[in-house]
Design a protein around this ligand. Structure first.
Ligand code: HEC
Length: 249
């Protein structure tokens, strides 16, 4: 409690004394009107000539996956919009990857956002702006769904019968579950613990020198596939690393 109060106080001081922080208190998201109607209109034309053949004129996925609706949003939300942009730009159209100009890929992305009923605004989506925008669902940020590749920090607990992560943070998306960058380790070590609990599965398949017993009571960073079951969430662990030998940072 005291720690939280102190954190709020210092964040408040930073907020008022740092003009940059005062201007952008929270990151932009796809809900903030980040493309224009004119851009989406151009995108519709480009979509119909380059994408509709495989994804359908109504984006419901004629041959390939849908580009609208919950299943699509669940796959890409709680992440930078640039990951979706890069996926489209480097892999699509499926039969001629990377063949369109960047500006056209941005127009098509604007059109996909419009069809998914994200609001338009007064500025176009550009290569610069796409890098700073978070993709969230229509209702705003939400916990990740089952089968997402995640990273979670928490306290390693339990015994051979059942290993768990307690006081765990909200799962966040990761793009590399095999290893951690120095920045990831640093920010996970500094991140306050949370209140979630996860079963840890698959630990017996991790390569030596990993020994579960050696991690008891440590603050760790686990990465793997999030499995949601009512009241019993697990992580199918792909990698796990020590952050601190104590769980009270
Ligand atoms: C020749 C068929 C074909 C065309 C044309 C095509 N795609 Fe795809 N698309 C695919 C296939 C196959 C996949 C699944 C494999 C993958 O994601 O790389 C896919 C996947 C995607 C995905 C990821 C979907 C998801 O949620 O997993 C997006 C986004 C996408 N396409 C957008 C586009 C856009 C935008 C265009 C037009 C610029 C386009 N595609 C044109 C075949 C096509």
């Amino acid at each position: 409690m005291l720690r939280e109060t102190l954190w709020c106080l210092s964040a408040g001081v930073m907020f008022f004394s740092n003009p940059a922080a005062a201007q952008s208190p929270k990151p932009k998201t796809v809900l903030d009107g980040i493309y224009t109607d004119a851009q989406a209109k151009r995108g519709e034309t480009a979509y119909n000539s380059n994408c509709a053949g495989c994804h359908g004129e109504d984006l419901t996925g004629r041959v390939m996956g849908p580009l609208r609706g919950d299943a699509f949003l669940n796959l890409w939300r709680e992440d930078g919009l640039e990951y979706l942009f890069t996926h489209i730009k480097t892999r699509m159209p499926g039969n001629a990857p990377g063949s369109l100009p960047d500006a056209t890929y941005l127009d098509v992305l604007a059109y996909i956002l419009q069809v998914n009923t994200f609001p338009s605004g007064s500025a176009e989506l550009t290569p610069g702006s796409v890098a700073d925008i978070r993709f969230v669902g229509l209702g705003g940020p939400k916990p990740l769904s089952t089968n997402t590749l995640v990273r979670v920090a928490g306290c390693f607990a339990g015994s051979g019968a059942r290993w768990t992560l307690t006081q765990a943070t909200e799962p966040a998306k990761t793009h590399d579950a095999e290893k951690n960058t120095p920045e990831e380790l640093k920010s996970a070590a500094a991140e306050p613990l949370g209140s979630q609990t996860f079963n840890l599965q698959n630990l017996e398949d991790l390569p030596p020198p990993f020994k579960a017993g050696d991690m008891l009571g440590h603050k760790v960073l686990a990465k793997g596939v999030l499995i949601r079951r009512p009241g019993n969430d697990s992580i199918n662990v792909i990698s796990i690393e020590n952050l601190s030998p104590s769980c009270h940072p």
